[in-house]
Structures are given as C-alpha cells and as structure tokens.
Design a protein. Structure first.
Length: 142
C-alpha cells in the first residue's frame, strides 16, 4: 500500500476539486480530458462540507453515481484515478492547497463555488497567488 502511495506521489497529477453538485459532471469531463492530455494521474477531491447543503442521503447518492462515472471514464481513457472526500469543515480550502504543494500538480481544476462559501472567498486570493508563484495553472469550471 505504501509503495502505491509513494509511486503516485512521484507522478504528475491533475487535481480536480468538486465544490458543488451542479458543475461536478462538467468538471469530471474536463478533468479526464486534461489528465489524458498530460499523461497525469487524476486526483478528484470531493469537498463534502461545501457541497453538502442537502441531506446526507443526497450526498451519498451523488457520490456513488459520481464515483462510478469517474472510474468508468478513467478506465476508458487509461487514466489512473484517486478519488477522495474531504470533510474537515472550513479547513477544506487549505487542505487542497496543502495537497497541491505535496504533489507534483500540473493543473488544479475547481468547480465554481457558490458565492457565500469559504472556498468562494478563498478562490480569488489563492488563484492570484498561484498564478503569480506559478505553482500550477488553475482552471475554473462554471
């Protein structure tokens, strides 16, 4: 198991961060395309706190369908997939940034966040900082 984690950590990654139901499917399509073009591992992070405005059952139903679609798409395009959920309250944005710094991230793809969320307040400042420091390109999917 540790060998697999170490192997993935040395590969280039496209990180896709799902922050709302509405744009998740479009983001998945874009993320698969970008990972395939770059020959990169696709790491999908579903931010539970940011999209869970509905019930727990709604989230569970969404996640099952989304995970199935993600694995199917990646299998068809021969892309290695890591899919995980983040459930750490208001720290989700800083956790995404930490993951980017720890991995060889080629691209960060974010779904457009609702304006009253923590991530929406985080995005403009972080996106500008990422662009200036050239950590990696950032793509917003609306």
């Amino acid at each position: 198991m540790n060998q697999v984690i170490e192997e993935v950590a040395t590969q280039h990654q496209v990180i896709a961060c799902i922050t709302q139901f509405k744009s998740a499917w479009r983001l998945l399509s874009e993320a698969v395309e970008q990972a395939e073009m770059r020959g990169a591992v696709l790491r999908i992070i579903v931010c539970h706190n940011l999209i869970s405005s509905g019930s727990r059952e709604d989230f569970t139903h969404f996640f099952r369908k989304f995970r199935h679609a993600a694995y199917q798409n990646c299998r068809e395009h021969d892309i290695r997939l890591i899919i995980e959920t983040l459930d750490c309250g208001s720290r989700e944005a800083s956790e995404v940034e930490r993951l980017m710094q720890e991995q060889k991230t080629d691209l960060l793809i974010l779904s457009d966040a609702p304006p009253d969320t923590v991530l929406a307040r985080w995005l403009p400042a972080r996106t500008e900082r990422l662009k200036k420091t050239q950590v990696c390109p950032v793509l917003l999917v609306r």
